[in-house]
Design a protein around this ligand. Sequence first.
Ligand code: OAD
Length: 260
Amino acid sequence: MNASTPTQQVADLLRRSKRIVVLTGAGINKESAATSFRDPDDGTWSKYDPQQLATPLAFIENPKLVWDWYEHRRDLIRQTKPNSAHIALAKFEKWAVEKSGASYTLITQNVDGFHELAGSHNPIHLHGKLLENRCFYNCQGEPTIIDISTLDWDKRSGPPRCPHCGRLVRPNVVWFGEQLPANDFKIARDMSINCDLMIVAGTSGAVEPAATLIRAVRQARAKVIEINPNYSLLTTLADIKLIGKVSEVIREMLDMLENE
Ligand code: OAD
């Protein structure tokens, strides 16, 4: 069939792809009430700039303030469900693995856990997981995950202490100025170098390593597809750009793939 529209071209490429990687960012959450990292907060936290709070220095200087901000974000997450974009991507994964027999890897910059809740399997979290906590110093190795439900501390005082080393417990997320979790980034880069096709959905490319992973795909002469209603810093790196919302674009593509 002579592929004509960009979506038909992508569907055609997907039918021939055996190693598919999807990279997602905060744009996925724009399709629901889930607040994404940069969304203005309407509550008491609105006077704070997230980029000022999400740093190791901010936590060291005022552990209670930063901890309470993350507890607030976790409460918001717990009150929100995966949206149509998360669900569409989980359905796409199902098609890729069960119908097309491809390997499928989801890499996300998001920390909210909604991909898993929607049914995606084992996403690679480049920026950590908001609902997890770890020892500030990873005293037992990277990462030293701490289950705070087993700890007893005065919650009005801010974060608990690590039961192993006594230092502060912090959210298991990557802060500005910090390195990505080395092992997760290595796996993400290996999957990017070895894929046939990467779909980049809902990321502006404003924060590394999105662009690094996409350049790795291009160096491997694999195809890069961008799904975004706007132009981004990654658009020039994409072989095909599908302009639109993730949920709508993926749904249209799945209709083509499942009704061929
Ligand atoms: P951004 O908020 O920088 O970019 C979101 C992108 O999603 C934009 O390009 C939007 O045009 C696009 N978008 C919006 N709605 C969309 C939709 N329905 N479908 C598809 N695309 C849509 O988010 P990221 O690129 O993910 O890092 O960057 C977020 C990172 O920056 C976070 O991980 C955080 C922040 O600094 C850390 O906290 C270390």
